[in-house]
Design a binder for this molecule. Structure first.
Ligand code: NAP
Length: 256
């Protein structure tokens, strides 16, 4: 079945667009008619995603850009470069950039705690703030900012004190942004994936993956496109009355 075309004429920004879930979001948005800015730390992977994007609608114009979401200067340069090229800020933004640096709490180094929080939480803050500021200052009538959190931000996870804390933080950030930005027509929501097959989970030992998969009611890991489907819904007007929400995409893991 062909994808719906809910994002025609929308300019969209996806951080972490060079890999995994971010790449699937870029592909889904492009297939729904959006112009996509693929932003990633790695220029090569952003360009690879760019090369995979469909361009069926007239006026679709994608670009790849390097960004370090943990750097205010880098994020501001990104938003400025988008406005220079398209003469508008992105009306849809997905914060998908993220990292893990796992270790048990008793062994976790301070630098690893700080780095994960800097990329996952502060990065989402910097991007959300820069995009929202640009939308408000140009008087855009609406926007949708989607942040990829994680189910472990709700339930915790062994070896992920830094990551789980950062993901709990992004949910609070998104809910607060939803309250503050609703008057400007900007909706802010989270998706909370469970275990999704991406380069990030390739690092997890097979034994742990099998144990986690056995706990998933749907009996398998998720695919990046299944998270992208929810992002496309939250980006589109089909979710026009949803803000401050978190949608779990977990195959039922940790229900209740
Ligand atoms: P992934 O394949 O590793 O993709 C993450 C992307 O973010 C990579 O392209 C990475 O670039 C980029 N990135 C890292 N640091 C960055 C920075 N400072 N600035 C800009 N880009 C940066 O992982 P994924 O599984 O798709 O994860 C996407 C999001 O989903 C993350 O926020 C993750 O926490 C979340 N999530 C994933 C799962 C899962 O099971 N996979 C579950 C819950 C939540 P490099 O490769 O160059 O570092």
């Amino acid at each position: 079945m062909a994808a719906p075309s809910r994002l025609i004429s929308r300019l969209t920004l996806v951080t972490g667009g060079g890999s995994g879930i971010g790449r699937a979001v870029c592909q889904r948005f492009a297939s729904e008619g959006a112009s996509v800015v693929v932003a990633d730390l790695s220029e090569a992977s952003a360009i690879e995603t760019l090369g995979s994007l469909s361009c069926d609608q007239r006026g679709q114009d994608h670009m790849a850009s390097v960004v370090d979401v943990s750097s205010k200067e880098s994020v501001e340069n990104l938003v400025t470069s988008i406005q220079c090229r398209y003469f508008q800020p992105p009306s849809v933004c997905v914060n998908a950039a993220g990292i893990t640096q796992d270790d048990f709490l008793l062994r976790m180094q301070e630098e690893h705690f700080d780095r994960v929080v800097q990329v996952n939480l502060k990065g989402s803050f910097l991007v959300t703030q820069a995009v929202a500021r640009a939308l408000v200052s140009c008087g855009a009538p609406k926007g949708s900012i989607i942040t990829v959190g994680s189910i472990v931000g709700k339930v915790g996870n062994i070896g992920q004190a830094n990551y789980a804390s950062s993901k709990a933080g992004v949910e609070a950030l998104s809910r607060t942004a939803a309250k503050e930005l609703s008057r400007s027509g900007i909706r802010c929501n989270c998706v909370l994936p469970g275990f999704i097959s991406t380069p990030m989970t390739e690092k997890v030992p097979e034994k742990v993956i099998s144990k986690m998969t056995s706990l998933v009611p749907l009996g398998r890991m998720g695919e990046p496109h299944e998270v992208a489907d929810v992002c496309a819904f939250l980006a589109s007007d089909d979710s026009s009355y949803i803000t401050g929400a978190s949608i779990e995409v977990t195959g039922g893991l940790f229900i209740g």
